[in-house]
Design a protein around this ligand. Structure first.
Ligand code: TSX
Ligand code: MN
Length: 571
């Protein structure tokens, strides 16, 4: 730490003075340190060692189970710079509130200083951060999800400036008070300062609220950096696809939640001769190279995936990944093993649910929390792409936007140009499923699947995407897909899962220029996809009248939400 620039040391000293921890530990990111942290938590009873090698179980406070969007703020000087889709707070007002919350918040606890690198060690796009936290759970998860310790400190010594983040669970232990198994605070604040590139997170120990390298840095802060520096920070998976002739192309894809993004990232194709390899399942940083091609990296070093629904059938590679060296949070316990809804048809006897109680098989509540997670190293992925750690990144030739749509949206449609493709991204939406929240079938807009993750005005983000097209650049082709069309009886028409390979193969061939297409005003449709699916014709075509009507609704949403700041090309 002593080798670090004075400003960084001063900042950490100011965090110490504010939070008043009993001890301070600078993390080196070694395997031994990681194991030591796990042993410490096992001893304290906050982690349970599982049957499988290197696997541990954690469960949270029932009031701290997911990201808290209503407590997430973009603190830019001007409200318009946060835009209509973000919560905004004045930086001075928020700093004052934070000083109050963080004051003495680490008494009786240890402060861990976690230096980390987002992106492969040798890649120029990679960036450094420091997360200061009072949570060991955060430290072990950061060890898996980012490159932690010396590798990041070395970059900082070379002069790279870290994004600073201060995190506290918000439960000081005063007068020798005993700790609880999952400390947190009723009051939660996740505050981002895009102008000074700082993050403050208070009150939650869970996932995206607490692992600051992920959503806070790699999406919200990185998207503002990307705007300033002319690149893209996106909520996208990255896959490499090889055809039977041995030709390879990379795709990046954005889906709103509950569309099976992780399943697609780990696709195990059954189409003869085709290969899919995984670079990442959640975040892509992309930048045009000197050769005019768009290069992408996965800034993360692990998977923080939703466990329920993951099985040998839906995602065989994920099941292999989580067999060792994996941390589980809020899943059900099956003896010294884990279980979740969807893992097997049969519910095992004698489960302990995610709250730590005996599971009632005949009751209404699930054994695992619907947002239960696995944290596993990227390197455990059986189909990890060999270029995942490359110096250049991987060249993206196709960008995919997908939504969950029972009607209107076809299986796949290709944009005629970059502007139309950008419009596809901006129009991303899923249908509301629960009848409780508004009308089922009503559209829930989630532009670029970035609604909770864009660190600045979403309308400016649209303009930034449009501005990516320049002379001499080889623009990727852009596609929109929908695995979720239903027939008159409410049954899914497309089999999905492994069969999605047929759609990827069609997109691949389209980039090669070797498929027949049908031109419509809204993009190019496949003339045919060689696969035996009942009612296939119904999802390959669009009803132009119905489609035009929906476009009018989407444009009305743009106008109403973004007003004059919305790019004219979209209206
Ligand atoms: O992940 C999914 N994918 C992508 C896979 C690479 N899911 C799960 C979504 C929730 C996370 C899907 N669900 C997919 C899909 O392509 N398609 C569907 C809808 C569907 C569900 C079941 C069947 C068919 C389609 N089949 C039977 O029930 C037999
Ligand atoms: Mn995500």
């Amino acid at each position: 730490m002593n080798e670090l620039k004075a400003e960084i040391q001063d900042k950490i000293a100011s965090y110490i003075k504010l939070c008043k921890p009993d001890h301070v530990v600078i993390c080196n990111g070694s395997r031994e340190e990681y194991q030591g942290f796990l042993d410490q938590m096992e001893k304290a009873g906050t982690a349970k060692k599982l049957k499988n090698k290197g696997c541990y179980y954690f469960h949270s406070d029932p009031k701290d189970v997911a990201r808290v969007e209503s407590c997430t703020f973009i603190c830019s000087k001007k409200k318009e710079d946060a835009g209509p889709t973000n919560n905004h707070e004045d930086p001075e007002v928020m700093k004052k509130r934070l000083m109050g919350l963080f004051s003495g918040c680490m008494q009786g606890r240890t402060m861990y200083v976690v230096p980390y690198l987002m992106g492969p060690e040798k890649n120029k796009m990679s960036k450094v951060g420091i997360e200061v936290t009072d949570s060991l759970y955060v430290c072990v998860n950061m060890y898996i999800m980012a490159r932690m310790g010396t590798v990041a400190l070395d970059r900082m010594k070379e002069g790279r400036v870290p994004v600073m983040g201060l995190h506290s669970v918000g439960m000081p232990l005063v007068d020798g008070a005993a700790d609880v198994h999952w400390p947190c605070n009723q009051e939660k604040v996740i505050a981002h300062f895009p102008e000074t590139k700082e993050i403050f997170s208070f009150g939650s120990g869970y996932g995206g609220n607490a692992l600051l390298g992920k959503k806070c840095f790699a999406l919200r802060i990185a998207s503002t950096m990307a705007k300033e520096e002319g690149w893209l920070a996106e909520h996208m998976l990255i896959i490499g696809v090889t055809n039977p002739q041995g030709k390879k192309k990379y795709f990046a894809a954005a889906f709103p939640s509950a569309c099976g993004k992780t399943n697609l990232a780990m696709l195990k194709p059954e189409l003869p001769g085709w290969k899919v390899e995984c670079v990442g399942d959640d975040i892509a940083w992309m930048k045009f190279g000197d050769d005019g091609r768009l290069y992408a990296i996965n800034p993360e070093n692990g998977f923080f995936g939703v466990a329920p629904g993951t099985s040998e059938k839906t995602n065989p590679y994920a099941m292999e990944i989580i067999a060792e060296d994996t941390l589980f949070t809020n899943v059900a316990l099956n003896g010294d093993d884990v279980w979740w809804e969807g893992m097997s048809e049969e519910v095992p006897e004698g489960l302990i649910n995610w709250k730590g109680e005996k599971h009632d098989k005949n009751g209404d509540s699930p054994a695992s929390h619907p947002n239960a997670r696995f944290t596993a190293p990227l390197s455990r992925c059986p189909n990890i792409d060999p270029n995942t750690y490359s110096e250049r990144g991987v060249p993206i030739e196709g960008i995919i936007f997908g939504g969950r749509r029972a009607s209107v949206a076809p299986l796949v449609i290709e944009a005629k140009d970059w502007t139309m493709g950008t419009y596809y991204g901006a129009s991303l939406c899923s249908e509301k499923t629960a009848a409780a929240e508004g009308t089922a079938g009503e559209l829930r807009h989630d532009p670029f699947a970035m609604l909770p993750f864009c660190g600045y005005n979403m309308a400016d983000y649209f303009s930034h995407w449009l501005s990516m097209e320049k002379q001499g650049r080889k623009m990727p082709k852009i596609f929109s897909v929908n695995w979720f069309r239903k027939d008159k009886d409410g049954k899914f028409i497309w089999p999905g899962y492994l069969e999605n390979m047929h759609v990827i193969a069609w997109m691949f061939a389209s980039i090669e220029g070797t498929v027949d297409q049908v031109e419509t005003p809204f993009g190019f449709l496949p003339k045919d996809i060689p696969v035996d699916v009942k009612n296939l014709k119904e999802i390959l075509a669009i009803d132009e009248k119905e489609y035009a009507l929906e476009q009018a609704k989407i444009k009305a949403y743009f106008k109403e939400t973004f007003g004059d700041r919305c790019p004219k090309a979209f209206l």
